[in-house]
Design a protein around this ligand. Sequence first.
Ligand code: HGY
Ligand code: MN
Ligand code: MN
Ligand code: MN
Length: 413
Amino acid sequence: MIALKINANRLWESLDKINQFGRNPRYPEKGNTRLSLTIEDLKARQYLINLMKESGLKVKVDPVGNICGRLEGLNSQAPVIMTGSHIDTVVQGGRFDGTLGVLGAIEAVRTIHELGITPLHPIEVVSFTDEEGTRFGTGYIGSRAISGQLDDSVLKLKDDQGISLYEALKLAGYQPDLYKDCMRKKSEIKSFVELHIEQGKVLEENDLSVGIVTHIQGPVWLQVSLTGSADHAGATPMYMRKDASLAMAEMMLAVEKAAIEHSGVATVGKLEVLPGGVNIIPGHAQFSVDLRHIDKQKRTEMLKSFKKDMETISRERNVDALLEIKKEVDPAECSTTLIEIISNVCKQSQISTMTLQCGAGHDSLMMNDRTETAMIFVRSQKGISHNPLEYSSLEDCAKGTEVLMNTLLKLAQ
Ligand code: HGY
Ligand code: MN
Ligand code: MN
Ligand code: MN
């Protein structure tokens, strides 16, 4: 099989175009903020739909806003080869996280179409709604819906302005009441392959453009709410205080301790202290916890050890603690068959590669419930991601996209 080439400049241009939505040219250092279902996201969605149509794909948008571009196969009833990722970002995020997986997939399928190749199986490019979970606090919304893992409680989650995911979907013109119709039967999908930037340093350390993922870490997201008592900062002796912020500070260190003791990773990324006056002892505090481990059992132990410390600190400081689990996604093992196919494609294209584990979470975690799943990684400069300085070179993006294209062709024949 000859290894087909994509139009790298066209890919690069499309990455530039989609990132105009959510970036303020006057403050490039602030990166890209395109939270799901905000006006920036809706404009980017419209750009994507037009690009898919221009690329010869038949576009469908499902009730929760998953945008699916389909290249019909000779056998339109054959199970689809699916690929895709997300275009929503974190706050002040980068230009490649998710977007490379969607735009690279469009470029790959567009090239197949332009070469007049009609594969046996249909190929579908999906841009999944709200992968990051930045706005509504959970994430993987679109891929949960497609994999039948979305439920009403998730639609009720609210953003910081009190708008629920349900309302935001309605306002965007989607039909959240019909979210169950988004589910694709396992028999409908033959494989799912996601192209994504690595967001770590392994490929750079090995001077490789492309990597193949073997395992994906599953995240647990917690929200811890603490209630002490707001009192006068001057008139209240230290021994009489129920200071919610000091309890939070101690618990944050307990999060770190749990991760180190279980060789996992854990992050406290969002904090809130109320009422927020210089001379008021905080009566309320709330913080997020993101716990991850490649091994589910160890992740459970990590959670248990943090919970135990949280309860001790809450008792000792006389501050009530409420722990809520906002997201719990199993780690995933990628398909060895797909890994084999992708590594053969790399060999044929003379692209050296390696297999590696994945620390970040992806829509592939959800799609793994539906079908054999794999991820193709592209090198991240200095491993930087979720940061305006996130960068992958045109050459590396093109190589990753070519590996995706030739893999899709192999799977679709
Ligand atoms: O959180 C993650 O790992 C991904 O960026 N959603
Ligand atoms: Mn991300
Ligand atoms: Mn991502
Ligand atoms: Mn993802």
